[in-house]
Design a protein. Structure first.
Length: 309
């Protein structure tokens, strides 16, 4: 007598077998495959991808773009972040959150920037659109002998300063205005020198016109990592101070009259670090404040108007 075989006591399966005339080997294979699928599903839960928040949502040239990644499974591993194929440093903020800065400038082309966040919680591929921004143009005429200022020593020291990426975050809250002088030249100004457009030039900071000897304060806490003087060969920048605020964020102050700090000093926000001068390639007393993020001179204004936690 032919015996009907009941698999796991499921009468529906018996009816299907009878209707479609499956062989017992086929049924056994399908049953085992289903069991394996169920086991894998139970043992390995589905991947929960990171949450990614981009601020500002609609950045313009010169903005610092903050990319906040939040993990969902508590893996405590810093994700790798690449933007248009380039890797950027990422730092933990605590509570499973991580931050990456994308610096932009007038030299960055407008368009789509694809962000790749990859780690134990899978892969996220958001994008951000960088918009054009209108920058003022200046026409500068340099007298003979003033177009080739600068020493190799000076350039090497400043280039090394811009590449610093220390792990500790030293600033807190919004940055302060480093001088009470009026703004005489804003960030991002493009220039013609002696009638020739400077393709790779833009004003890499903000100029504050003030009397010689006026105080210059640290806009945020940090460590002094660069002190350069005219007597040491800083003939272009003049007397210079560089402050590391941590995690790839640095301030540089140039054309100073006097310097009140030394390399290695830790300074607090609001502390007087020097005075306004007209040293180096300067046409009059003023402070130039440049803010660098991951080696790129960004617009300092958003750092003063908002908070990069």
């Amino acid at each position: 007598m032919k015996q009907n075989i009941s698999f796991y006591g499921l009468p529906g399966l018996n009816a299907a077998l009878k209707k479609h005339q499956f062989s017992w080997k086929s049924v056994l294979f399908m049953t085992l495959a289903g069991a394996v699928t169920l086991f894998v599903t139970l043992v390995q839960p589905p991947v929960h991808a990171y949450d990614v928040v981009i601020q500002p949502a609609g950045p313009r040239q010169g903005d610092t773009v903050s990319i906040i990644t939040t993990e969902k499974q508590g893996t405590a591993d810093v994700p790798a972040v690449t933007i248009n194929g380039s890797t950027f440093p990422t730092f933990a903020l605590g509570n499973g959150r991580y931050r990456t800065f994308l610096p932009t400038s007038p030299l960055h082309t407008s368009g789509e920037y694809v962000i790749r966040v990859e780690g134990p919680e899978g892969l996220r591929n958001p994008m951000v659109w960088l918009s054009d921004r209108a920058f003022r143009t200046q026409y500068i005429t340099l007298p003979p002998g003033r177009s080739n200022l600068g020493t190799d020593y000076e350039f090497d020291k400043v280039d090394a300063f811009k590449q610093i990426v220390s792990s500790d975050k030293l600033w807190s809250g919004s940055f302060l205005r480093p001088s009470q002088g009026r703004v005489s030249s804003e960030y991002g100004v493009r220039r013609y020198y002696n009638g020739v457009f400077a393709e790779n030039y833009y004003h890499r900071g903000v100029d504050y016109a003030a009397a010689i000897g006026s105080p210059v304060i640290a806009p945020a806490a940090g460590r002094v990592v660069l002190v350069g003087r005219v007597s040491d060969g800083f003939e272009l920048h003049g007397n210079t101070i560089g402050v590391d605020h941590g995690q790839g964020v640095e301030s540089i102050f140039i054309h100073l009259n006097s310097i009140n700090v030394q390399e290695g000093d830790f300074v607090q926000a609001g502390q007087v670090i020097g005075t306004v001068g007209s040293t180096g390639a300067s046409t009059g007393p003023h402070l130039h404040w440049g803010l660098y993020v991951n080696g790129v001179a960004v617009d300092p204004a958003p750092w003063r108007n908002g908070t990069f936690e």
